[in-house]
Write a protein that binds this ligand. Structure first.
Ligand code: TMP
Length: 207
């Protein structure tokens, strides 16, 4: 039996974590076995790599070292948590996955898409979500939500300039346009319950 793998993607402040949690709660209420997890992280090893990647101490990482570290964190997460969960027939809901590396280290940082995908092939044998929910939000609305959430304390990557985040957003749009069957592009404007209803409608396609 194989389960179902759903990833949430999008820029900072789009509401991915809230929507991932609301979806997990809704599917559990239907009696489904759901594991809610996140990237970078989700296992002890991957959470340790997360701390290395997002700490604002020290000089940080170049885009290539960053891409390798994200791929290593993902490899551990896929091997130890995601694949075993899918193998027992359960649903995995993941707050960010491969497309974040393609958008941030690729679109934002300049690593080629081929290279990011090659790292994913090595690290995680190319595992892809069955459905990737892309939450889209106007940059000024996202900045407003982030200011409320982070109170000026953004992490190493979230704190990069607006031009970087604009390249990230464009890259996500390109990926969604190129793979319309894998992606559901969802407007993240409005209150969480409204967005959740849109997400549920998209998930009904696969769940
Ligand atoms: P979070 O804010 O969603 O927890 O994600 C942490 C940061 O890591 C966020 O700025 C996006 C970034 N990120 C990448 O740059 N590449 C990746 O592959 C992933 C999973 C996250």
């Amino acid at each position: 039996m194989t389960g179902l793998f759903i990833a949430f993607e999008g820029g900072e402040g789009a509401g991915k974590s809230t929507q991932a949690r609301l979806l997990a709660e809704a599917l559990r209420a239907q009696g489904r076995d759901v594991v809610l997890t996140r990237e970078p992280g989700g296992t002890a090893g991957a959470e340790a790599i997360r701390a290395l990647l997002l700490s604002t101490e020290g000089e940080g990482w170049g885009p290539r070292a960053e891409a390798l570290l994200f791929a290593a964190a993902r490899a551990d997460h896929v091997e130890r948590l995601i694949r075993p969960t899918l193998a027992r027939g359960a649903i995995v809901i993941c707050d960010r996955f491969l497309d974040s590396s393609r958008a941030y280290q690729g679109g934002g940082g300049g690593v080629s898409d081929e290279d990011v995908l090659a790292l994913h092939a090595i690290g995680s044998e190319g595992l892809l979500p069955d459905l990737t929910v892309l939450l889209t939000l106007a940059p000024d609305e996202a900045a407003h939500r982030l200011a409320l959430r982070d109170q000026g304390q953004s992490d190493r990557i979230g704190g990069r300039d607006a031009a970087y985040h604009a390249r990230v957003a464009k890259a996500f749009e390109r990926f969604a346009a190129a793979e319309p069957q894998r992606f559901a592009r969802i407007d993240a404007a409005g209150d969480p319950a409204q967005v959740h209803a849109r997400v549920l409608a998209a998930v009904e396609r696969v769940a």
